[in-house]
Design a protein around this ligand. Sequence first.
Ligand code: FE2
Length: 175
Amino acid sequence: MNEAMADLLAPLTESRRAHSIAVGRRMETVAERLPVELRGDAITAAYLHDVGYGYPNTGFHPIDGAQLLQSLDYSPVVCHMVAFHTAAEVEADVRELDASLFDEFRVTEVAGLDKADDLLWWADLSTGPNGEQFSVDERLAEILERYEPGSVVHTAITRAEPWLRAAAQRASGSM
Ligand SMILES: [Fe+2]
């Protein structure tokens, strides 16, 4: 993690920062499975995937993070990975946000980006809220316990679970 990334993570809570750094490190251990030109961006996106918590704008952290990083000239791949991380579209739908918020962060025709997305989702889903190493089962159970039934995140994770598990399985299947 470079100094610019550390500075960007500074406003996050200590636990979210620890989680972010652990997800970034996790990505560093698997990035070699990606096309070489995607590795740096995948690692950057992993360290910064939750940066939006520190820079609220819409109040939805994946989009807030992507908007922040876009304003700082991070690459479209980094902004895309942050915007869409860990079934963000499902949570946006539960929040009744306008789906067009994602449009500027869609990236097509970058070979291997689907795999980079899977690896980020897997890294996020196998890292606990304080940076612990978790199984995907433990992580999903932990989120469902931390957020009350009926809350946005609880509802979104419940709805997104098959999608999350599929991404994590594709990622771990490629290891
Ligand atoms: Fe997140």
